[in-house]
Design a protein around this ligand. Sequence first.
Ligand SMILES: CC(C)(COP(=O)(O)OP(=O)(O)OC[C@H]1O[C@@H](n2cnc3c(N)ncnc32)[C@H](O)[C@@H]1OP(=O)(O)O)[C@@H](O)C(=O)NCCC(=O)NCCS
Length: 154
Amino acid sequence: MYVKCINYGALNVAINCIDVAGQIAYLLNNNNNLRRTHNSSTILKSNDLYLVELWGSTVIGCVALSNIANVDKIIHLSVLSTVQGRGIGYKLLRTAIDTSFKETIYMQVRNDNTKSLNLAYMNGFKVVSCIEKLNYSIFNLYLFNQGVKWNLQM
Ligand SMILES: CC(C)(COP(=O)(O)OP(=O)(O)OC[C@H]1O[C@@H](n2cnc3c(N)ncnc32)[C@H](O)[C@@H]1OP(=O)(O)O)[C@@H](O)C(=O)NCCC(=O)NCCS
């Protein structure tokens, strides 16, 4: 696990990685409907880069960039239920995109997760394919041509 805090309000807080990993696991277990149950060690052991939004020392949102072959996969986008709808999810996703140096970024979202799909579409992701499950589908969403953004910045 690599961790980067994305909000300035937390500059004075010393980040305790074990505590932050535990809080990320709590968020994911309560919000994200994942098949795997997480704890601080499953998060700490990963090679993923976690971006976190902190309120004091409380993790109120997270997202991770997972490097798979030549693409970055965006995983574990999650915002504490009490502070959803305030633009934190958008900021996390946007920051993950801006942080990636891969030409292609990828994410998977369930077809019934309207909020996450809207955030993905707003940030330029397109549905490329779909995995059918028994009662739902999973959209494979891609954001291509990230190289353009680096050329513009030069
Ligand atoms: C999906 C999730 C991360 C969104 O987090 P959030 O902080 O509530 O999201 P935001 O506040 O940024 O976005 C909420 C709304 O504000 C809008 N919005 C936010 N920032 C905006 C901006 N800068 N400009 C315009 N609209 C904006 C979004 O379009 C969205 O609109 P909608 O409600 O019509 O869909 C959150 O609901 C969550 O944790 N869900 C459970 C876990 C989950 O499903 N994770 C994703 C797995 S792929």
